[in-house]
Design a protein around this ligand. Structure first.
Ligand code: CP
Ligand code: NVA
Length: 316
């Protein structure tokens, strides 16, 4: 939690440490309310700037619809149309935007730029994915499991198969916060950074969870309550495409992995998927996939996140 009076940012899922369970419950309530036709317009008159350096389908749309539901307004800003693209600094951009809007969502190539924007802004900055984390995605993922497991994470086994990327980094920290037992099957070269693994291990120790690694997907999947995968080639890694597609052969969620898991297993993927690579069509379109509800949950999770980070009324 930030010091009293200091503005908060959401750069890592750990920034939600003390709010995560309440946030999941609030997201769930907002989902139920929306189904009854109540869109929860709890932040009327607020404005959100959204800077996207990379493509997005889910994150952009769900943030924009979330702001509309909350009674506010979202502006989509592409660096190529901004003075950022002509050399204006991130710090100066942050300082100016802070005078117009109540929060800034930022999808960046580099985590360092995310930190620079947060340092220069006097309003909250929310990480919409960078090369280190994807915290908003993991709130939606945990919501998907929370709803299927009646809000109880203790003792549940989660298996991740594939690349040790931004999604796995946030998943690892998020799983550790809620006390899940996470085993990740990743080729050793592609494991997450040591500092993040250490941080997750410490959090897991406190929550009763655990963080483990293997190079054998079947070992990770055995008895798992949930299976999770993400693309082998993330945005920004395109130059390594051939090497990665070779290294990740066999790191696929398919019928064999689902059969090795618990019979009530749920399969997750943050999307977009490369069908036939990290996951098969059969599993994506099969009865154990929670993937489509997971994508829907981006909207409900983001509404609860925005409600937490936006002031309850137009600031002076
Ligand atoms: N999962 C996710 O962040 O998707 P987008 O890249 O479409 O936003
Ligand atoms: N790991 C992927 C996630 C996309 C939502 C990427 O960074 O491209």
């Amino acid at each position: 939690m930030s010091p009293a009076g200091a503005k908060r940012n959401l750069l890592s899922i750990v920034d939600l440490e003390h709010d995560l369970l309440a946030l999941l419950q609030r997201s769930h309530e907002m989902k139920q309310a929306r189904r009854r036709g109540d869109r929860s317009p709890t932040r009327p008159g607020t404005n959100l700037a959204m800077i996207f350096e990379k493509p997005s389908t889910r994150t952009r749309t769900s943030f924009e619809v979330a702001m509309n539901d909350l009674g506010g307004h979202a502006l989509y800003l592409s660096p190529k149309d901004m003075q950022l693209g002509r050399g204006e600094t991130i710090g100066d951009t942050a300082r100016v935007l802070s005078q117009y809007v109540d929060a800034i969502v930022y999808r960046a190539f580099r985590h360092a730029d995310e930190v620079a924007l947060a340092a220069g802004a006097s309003v909250p900055v929310i990480n919409a994915l960078d090369d280190r984390e994807h915290p908003c995605q993991i709130v939606a993922d945990l919501l998907t499991l929370y709803e299927r497991w009646d809000g109880k994470f203790a003792g549940r086994k989660l298996a991740y198969v594939g690349d040790g990327n931004n999604v796995l980094n946030s998943l690892m920290l998020g799983a550790a916060l809620v006390g899940l037992h996470l085993t990740s099957a990743i080729p050793s070269k592609y494991r997450p950074p040591a500092d993040l693994v250490k941080q997750a291990e410490l959090l897991a120790k406190a929550s009763g969870g655990s963080i483990q690694f293997t190079e054998r997907p079947l070992d990770a999947a055995r008895g798992a309550d949930a299976l999770y995968t993400d693309v082998w080639v993330s945005m920004g890694d395109e130059a390594e495409k051939d090497a990665r597609e070779t290294a990740f052969q066999g790191y696929q969620i398919n019928a064999d992995l689902v059969a090795a898991a618990h019979p009530d297993v749920w399969v997750l993927h943050d999307l977009p998927a490369h069908r036939g690579m990290e996951i098969t069509d059969e599993v994506m379109d099969g009865p154990r996939a929670a993937i489509w509800d997971q994508a829907q949950n981006r909207l409900h999770a983001q509404k609860a996140i925005l409600e937490l980070f936006l002031p309850p009324g137009r600031p002076g």
